[in-house]
Design a protein around this ligand. Sequence first.
Ligand SMILES: NC(=O)c1ccc[n+]([C@@H]2O[C@H](COP(=O)([O-])OP(=O)(O)OC[C@H]3O[C@@H](n4cnc5c(N)ncnc54)[C@H](O)[C@@H]3O)[C@@H](O)[C@H]2O)c1
Length: 329
Amino acid sequence: MVSDPWQILVTGGAGFIGSNFIRMVLAERPNYSVVNLDALTYAGNLESLADCVHNPKYQFIQGDIRDSAVVERALAGCDAVVNFAAESHVDRSICDSGPFVSTNVTGTQVLLDACRRMDKCPRFLHIGTDEVYGDLPLDRPDLLFTENTPLCPSSPYKAAADLLVLAYHHTFGFPGIITRCSNNFGPFQFPEKVIPLFITNLIDGKRVPLYGDGLNVRDWIHVQDHCEAVLLTLEKGELGQVYNVGGCNEWSNRALTDMLLDCMDYDEKMIEPVADRLGHDRRYAIDASKIQNELGWTPQHSAWPTGLTKTVEWYRQHETWWRPLKMQS
Ligand SMILES: NC(=O)c1ccc[n+]([C@@H]2O[C@H](COP(=O)([O-])OP(=O)(O)OC[C@H]3O[C@@H](n4cnc5c(N)ncnc54)[C@H](O)[C@@H]3O)[C@@H](O)[C@H]2O)c1
């Protein structure tokens, strides 16, 4: 653990993973302080941090990472940056890639340049995704994404931002690191994403829309495991490196759906088959051995059915959090 009293700028801290990360840092690192810079798009929700607002180590700034003046103000005094701010729903990127390129790529570039202008450039952890690798065939379970797998994204989402971070490290010695994580689940996830969408539909007795043949496979990780990997990488990761993060927890969408139906006492009549997503990647699977071997991280909370059952319980107990969001999504 780093013993210096770090001030961390967390961008996108009002979103799903960012809010879980801030809560974890405030609880586990009492000598750190956190500045949360978030534009509060439809996906940003300060209710997710209601228990943190009175913490003297926490400060919120509403602002856009594409606005260099706001970014410079938020960066003042910061020793490190974790960049979660993004348009994050792949389906939306297929309908309209503009906001994705603008926030995820240009926004990252604005952050990088603002950091470089500081007297002491902060350590910069960019939150990436396994989605940048494209997909793996279903009939080759032996294949996994490693950090050396070429980038081959299927959707116009955010791979270019990773390349900017690596280029800045190469050319300017910029202190950047990237994590690339698989699909997250857990508390405070906006109910447009598949797991909270399905859980909240079933709580309301509504059917769940299953894409295509349902055989697409994802490696699911609990958000707490992801946040622990992020904090560890921020503190101990080697500059200029990429670290894959995965839950070792591969399931097809159909298997995920069956598990949720079973857990919530429904049967397959609640499945509503819908047309597949365009360019829907068949399988993502992460080789996380680098972060495990070099930094000593392992997922502790991701395995199913336990991780999923606890998540169902969380949504059952937090209707006041998700109901207003469900109405707007
Ligand atoms: N959710 C996953 O399964 C997953 C998996 C791997 C990687 N990631 C990555 O982690 C990051 C966070 O994902 P998430 O699921 O928490 O997303 P999210 O959509 O829940 O949160 C994104 C946050 O960013 C904020 N934001 C959006 N545009 C902004 C801008 N221009 N300026 C400032 N703030 C802005 C939003 O208000 C929101 O609070 C993303 O980069 C995503 O690609 C997510």
